[in-house]
Write a protein that binds this ligand. Structure first.
Ligand SMILES: CC(C)(COP(=O)(O)OP(=O)(O)OC[C@H]1O[C@@H](n2cnc3c(N)ncnc32)[C@H](O)[C@@H]1OP(=O)(O)O)[C@@H](O)C(=O)NCCC(=O)NCCS
Length: 437
């Protein structure tokens, strides 16, 4: 096992990138669940090192592991045919014996590896479990269902900087060992601990029908993919989609699925804007909020791309600072991904509003964020007593016309003071107006 914890932080810009996220994640719980198959791969050492990095940033990590690959291998070695290997279907007496042997061996290996990284860990029995019972006429025998999570034990371990490890096994009041699905364990624990994230480190990433990575899907999207048994997704991925949707529904803000065979996937997903895996989000975690003076660097940084493309007028730090009251930020999971400004004019007894600085980060385009920001700006203008809103645009005028119902007017539609600036700028932007009802 390689003890070089500093490997993922070799580049200074990486370190800066990571540090931006640290305050919001400090003392928050991340439940990390990895597929058992990854444990046999050379890259597994890096996954554990990434976990060590998270812990060193004061993130409270809970580890859950899957065991399908190990159970299959052990069954094959013993010449046994399994009734089920993923903890969802029926587990017979032979199956639970094999699962227990394989899982306990994995737990031991994991403790050994983490101890070598000087991470204190404890394999815990923090779940109250019952037999899953008879489902659709089939007695699931030694397959269990999670009844309760022992929050106190887990919290006590986390408080003492000990990483709890939860194997996909449970024990009922009668002393029976039951097989659990590891995705279900991860999600039940995350819900109970009000975790900030569940991260499924899988054997592959989640891809769309064309084979490209799905960077983000909503709770509804994940549920739909699970229900439709989306083509190309194996049972392991479908189980992740199912439990990801449950986690989001029960208040876990973010679930990530990353391809654990990619180097540094865990850190890259968590600490970069674009990510490398799939983020599943409960829709309500988007918000548009008033910008603060401390947001000026973010606003400047975000808008730079459009300024370079000449889609937005360059604005200085001072210009934004002096009108910061007019700016709004669209945040996803606490990160700004878009902006809009509403400037109100009252001239010659007429109140009109200007919608300006509309911007959505390239990585988040075509997800209705632009529409939401425009609708929000219009509502703000209405509340400020304006009957008309206008926008100046060189490249997005069709967006305003076709998607938002604006009409192309001439510069005469501008209030006099704005008209003077318009003429002086020489940008020849289209003037778009909309009557607010
Ligand atoms: C214009 C902008 C805000 C749209 O953001 P967005 O979050 O992608 O927009 P939405 O997801 O709500 O809407 C996307 C729809 O608008 C269309 N659209 C986006 N930009 C467009 C443009 N410049 N011209 C015409 N249509 C456009 C898309 O094709 C898409 O159409 P659909 O109905 O087929 O899905 C974004 O592209 C942007 O930041 N552009 C650069 C800055 C800019 O030009 N700002 C306006 C000056 S005030």
């Amino acid at each position: 096992m390689n003890n070089d914890l500093h490997k993922p932080l070799q580049r200074f810009e990486d370190l800066r990138g990571i540090l931006r996220y640290v305050p919001q994640f400090r003392q928050r719980v991340f439940v990390i669940a990895f597929d058992g198959a990854l444990m046999t791969q050379p890259g597994f050492a890096s996954i554990l090192q990434d976990v060590a990095v998270l812990q060193s940033l004061n993130i409270e990590v809970v580890l859950v592991f899957g065991a399908r690959a190990q159970i299959r291998a052990l069954a094959a070695a013993r010449g046994v045919t399994l009734t089920n290997d993923d903890g969802m279907g029926r587990t017979d007496a032979t199956g639970i014996e094999i699962a227990t042997d394989a899982i306990m061996r994995q737990a031991s290996e994991l403790v050994a590896n983490l101890t070598a990284l000087e991470m204190p860990v404890a394999v815990t029995n923090a779940l109250a479990v019952h037999p899953a019972g008879v489902i659709e006429g089939v007695d699931l025998e030694y397959t269990g269902r999670i009844e309760r999570v022992d929050q106190e034990t887990l919290r006590a371990l986390l408080k003492a900087d000990i990483i709890p490890i939860l194997p996909p096994l449970g024990y009922d009041g009668k002393g029976t060992t039951l097989r659990l699905n590891s995705d279900a364990v991860a999600v039940e624990v995350a819900i109970e601990l009000k975790a900030a994230k569940v991260i499924f480190v899988a054997e592959s990433g989640l891809t769309g029908p064309d084979g490209s990575r799905l960077a983000q899907i909503s709770l509804a999207g994940a549920r739909e993919m699970y229900k439709q048994k989306a083509s190309g997704q194996d049972v392991s991925m479908l189980s992740k989609l199912r439990y990801a949707a449950l986690a989001c529904q029960e208040g876990v803000p973010r679930v990530h699925i990353v391809d654990g065979t990619q180097d540094e996937a865990l850190l890259a997903e968590l600490f970069s804007n674009e990510g490398v895996g799939t983020m599943i989000h409960g829709d309500e975690y988007q918000q548009i909020r008033k910008a603060q003076p401390s947001d000026v660097p973010d606003l400047l940084f975000m808008m730079q791309q459009s300024v370079d493309d000449a889609a937005l007028l360059p604005r200085s730090r001072d210009q934004i600072q002096s009108t910061i009251e007019d700016f709004f930020l669209l945040e996803l999971d606490g990160h700004p991904i878009g902006s809009v400004a509403v400037h109100a004019y009252e001239e010659e007894g007429v109140k009109v509003a200007e919608l300006a600085c509309l911007f959505v980060r390239r990585s988040h385009k075509n997800k209705d964020h632009g529409r939401k920001l425009v609708a929000f700006a219009e509502e703000t203008a209405r509340q400020r007593g304006c009957d008309i809103i206008f926008a100046l645009s060189t490249q997005a005028f069709r967006f305003f016309e076709e998607k938002m119902g604006y009409i192309v007017s001439g510069p005469d539609a501008l209030p006099p003071s704005r008209r003077a600036k318009y003429d002086a700028s020489g940008r020849n932007s289209k003037v778009l107006t909309k009557t607010l009802k």
